[in-house]
Design a protein around this ligand. Structure first.
Ligand code: IMP
Ligand code: MG
Length: 188
C-alpha cells in the first residue's frame, strides 16, 4: 500500500489542525449568544468516504448531538470521475431531522452531485437548517457551484485517496491525503 503513494498532498498533522478549526467554527455558529435552551445539532455523514473525517470532527464538537447515516455512491469501484450519484441506503430517523439543525458531512466536493442529491432530501424531511461540511474541495467549476458552509482544504483537480477517500474501496485507512502512482491505478 505504501509503495502506491505518489505524493503526500496533505499530511495528517495538517488535517488534524484544520479539523479542529472547522469544529470551532461549527460550534460558534451553532451557539448563538442568547439562544434559549441547549444548542443541539444533528450530524449526517455521507458514507463511506466521510467516515474518518466525521469521527475526528465530532469529537471536537461538544454540543448535544444526534447522528444519522446516509450511504451515497458516485465513484463506484475503479472510477476516477464521478458517475451519477445514488443513495444506497439511509438510516435517518425523521424525528432526529425534523426541526433540527442538520450538518451534512462529506469527504470531498467534486462534481457536487452528492450534495445536490442529499441536501434537498434532508430538507424534505423538515430540517430547520441544513449546512454542509467538506474536508476537501477540488479546484473545478462544478465544485464551486455548490455552496459548502465549511471547507477544510482547497485542492487541485486531482484524484486523491486516504483519510476515508478510496480507490476501488482501498486506501481509506491511509492517514494522509495522497495521490496514487499511475502503476497503482492501473494495477487495481
Ligand atoms: P461529488 O458528488 O462528485 O461532489 O463527489 C463526492 C464523492 O465522490 C465523494 O464523497 C467521494 O466519495 C467521491 N470522490 C470525489 N473525488 C474523489 C477523489 O479524488 N478520490 C476519491 N473519491 C472521490
Ligand atoms: Mg463519498
Amino acid at each position: 500500500m505504501q509503495r502506491d503513494i505518489e505524493r503526500i498532498l496533505i499530511p495528517q498533522e495538517k488535517i488534524a489542525a484544520r479539523v479542529r478549526e472547522l469544529a470551532q467554527e461549527i460550534v460558534a455558529d451553532h451557539t448563538p449568544p442568547r439562544m434559549m435552551g441547549e444548542p443541539e445539532i444533528s450530524i449526517v455523514p455521507i458514507l463511506t468516504g466521510a467516515m474518518i473525517f466525521c469521527c475526528d470532527l465530532i469529537r471536537h464538537i461538544p454540543l448535544a448531538m444526534k447522528i444519522g447515516l446516509m450511504t451515497v455512491s458516485s465513484y463506484p469501484g475503479k472510477s476516477l470521475r464521478a458517475q451519477p450519484a445514488q443513495v444506497l441506503g439511509q438510516q435517518l430517523k425523521a424525528e432526529d431531522v425534523k426541526d433540527h439543525h442538520v450538518l451534512l458531512i462529506d469527504d470531498i466536493l467534486d462534481s457536487g452531485q452528492t450534495i445536490r442529491l442529499v441536501k434537498p432530501f434532508v430538507e424534505s424531511l423538515g430540517a430547520a437548517t441544513v449546512k454542509t461540511a467538506v474536508l476537501l474541495r477540488k479546484d473545478r467549476p462544478t465544485a464551486r457551484e455548490v455552496a459548502a458552509d465549511y471547507v477544510g482544504f482547497e485542492i487541485p483537480d486531482e484524484f486523491v485517496v486516504g483519510y476515508g477517500l478510496d480507490y476501488n474501496n482501498y486506501y481509506r485507512n491511509l492517514p494522509d491525503i495522497v495521490t496514487l502512482t499511475r502503476e497503482a491505478i492501473e494495477r487495481q
